[in-house]
Design a binder for this molecule. Structure first.
Ligand SMILES: [Zn+2]
Length: 181
């Protein structure tokens, strides 16, 4: 049994990045919920948990505490970027090595394969979600909300579905999950 903890960034009084009529907190919840639902319905031997399932404010420490207390095997934090760029990038904690770096390689490749986003590369950063989680963790930044082209994509349900599907394909490959036929 593989336990995957999915963390939709921001929520409640914290909208995260905003732009082009979109709010990061809503997009991250949609993507995370679809990842959970697809994995839960199509794959076996996987247990799923989320840091929030609605539009609620959850502190960063509550999120990592929940993942740690649950004993997650992997933490996936979903975000949308802002600040003048375009495309997809993801982060692991600096110099953690395998298996986290292997998971990043696989999930990055599958997300890029699944959607039409510029590839900004695989990165490292000292983020709370990556540092305070006791298990391998990956934080993905799914497009720039303040970029008109990225935002137009993020406004389409089919594109959100593609982002979720890319993450699912990556998680399934990374953890050897089998489909339930
Ligand atoms: Zn964010």
């Amino acid at each position: 049994m593989v336990k995957i903890f999915i963390d939709p960034g921001h929520g409640g009084s914290d909208p995260g990045a905003v732009g082009n009529g979109l709010q990061e907190k809503n997009l991250t919840l949609k993507i995370a919920t679809r990842i959970r639902d697809i994995l839960g319905s199509e794959y076996e031997n996987v247990e799923l948990n989320m840091s929030r399932t609605g539009d609620t404010a959850v502190s960063l420490s509550s999120r990592t505490n929940a993942a740690n207390a649950w004993g997650a095997d992997f933490l996936l934090s979903i975000h949308i970027n802002a600040g003048g760029g375009t495309g997809f990038e993801d982060f692991i904690y600096p110099n953690v090595g395998a298996p986290t770096a292997t998971y990043q390689n696989i999930i990055h490749e599958e997300v890029i394969k699944a959607i039409d986003f510029a590839d900004r590369g695989k990165k490292q950063a000292n983020f709370h979600m990556l540092r305070e989680s006791a298990m391998p963790a990956l934080l993905t930044e799914n497009g720039f909300i303040d970029n008109a082209n990225d935002a137009a994509k993020l406004a389409q349900p089919a594109f959100i579905e593609g982002i979720a599907r890319g993450h699912v394909n990556g998680l399934a490959r990374a953890f050897g999950l089998k489909k339930n036929n």
